[in-house]
Design a protein around this ligand. Structure first.
Ligand SMILES: [Zn+2]
Length: 295
């Protein structure tokens, strides 16, 4: 499998470990010196560092910024709504919901992981990218605000080669991810439905194989269907009253316990809480005495 795949002016850089977490796939626009999501392959990115004038982020998550430390001289650009965690490590950790847990050791582990594994350094100067069409050297880019995975999540449509970069709407069998404080299931559904209307020829994603050269019709459906499947499983599990801790231990999102267990359990709980709230709103679940149960 080639590590850099060129689609005219757009270079797709495959992440280490096949672009699986904690890595992602990067995009490089050589003609304008723009690198998107610098968490792919450290050696390749090192080789590019002199050519990169600005780094764009699709969103704030750690698996998209691991090698950002190689580009301290470059301008950092992202949607304003996603900038707070880049400016402060405490905010970063808080956005994962860790602050609510009253577990200082969990907070400490996150801090250590962000610094040691993800090379986290706060960035104070960040330029805002908004939904707009930019005529760059050699390529036109449409920046599309696609919130849900994160509040300021961005997707990029490269007009001339008709390439759509989907970032973490990655069309994997795992399905959409919404395990932190500000991710939003309804927004994810709207954003994915918007993205699938764009008449691209090539679709690139932030994780795993990441290249679709024909319209991934069925894959879009399967990807969104995961949300319904998780919600159905939760509803079935709530035939008896359950606390959010018990719901987290059912591993409906991840399928089985994952290490580090505390971190993943929290993401399960946060994801499931969002489903439970949707079910309450629809009158299918009620909450009392600290327990959720099917109505
Ligand atoms: Zn993400």
């Amino acid at each position: 499998m080639k590590n850099i795949v060129e689609f005219g002016p757009v270079q797709f850089i495959r992440g280490t470990k096949g672009g699986r977490y904690p890595f992602c796939n990067s995009i490089f626009l050589e003609s304008s010196g723009i690198l998107i999501d610098p968490s792919s392959d450290r050696e390749i990115l090192k080789g590019l560092s002199k050519k990169v004038n600005s780094v764009w982020l699709s969103h704030w998550h750690e698996d998209h910024i691991m090698h950002l430390d190689l580009f301290e001289e470059a301008t950092l650009c992202m949607h304003e709504l996603d900038t707070p965690p880049l400016k402060s490590i405490e905010t970063f950790i808080d956005w994962y919901g860790v602050g609510d847990q009253n577990k200082p050791e969990l907070k400490e582990r996150w801090r250590k992981m962000l610094v040691e594994m993800f090379n986290y350094k706060p960035r104070t100067v960040i330029l805002d990218l908004e939904e707009e069409r930019l005529e760059l050297d050699g390529i036109t880019v449409e920046i599309i605000h696609t919130p849900g995975h994160s509040p300021g999540n961005l997707s990029f449509y490269f007009v001339e080669p008709e390439i759509l970069f989907l970032g973490d709407y990655d069309l994997t069998p795992f399905g959409p991810w919404y395990g932190d404080r500000h991710s939003d299931i309804d927004q994810i559904i709207s954003s994915v439905n918007r993205l699938r209307q764009i008449p691209a020829r090539t679709w690139l994603t932030g994780h795993e194989h990441g290249i679709f050269e024909s319209n991934p019709h069925q894959t879009w459906d399967d990807y969104l269907k995961v949300i319904d499947t998780r919600e159905e499983k939760l509803l079935a599990f709530l035939s008896q009253p359950r606390t959010i801790e018990e719901i987290g231990e059912a591993w409906i999102v991840y399928g089985k316990p994952k290490e580090p267990i505390e971190e993943f359990k929290l993401m399960e709980q946060i994801s499931m809480k969002k489903h439970a709230d949707r079910l309450i709103e629809r009158g299918e679940v009620k909450y009392s005495d600290g327990k959720y149960v099917r109505s």
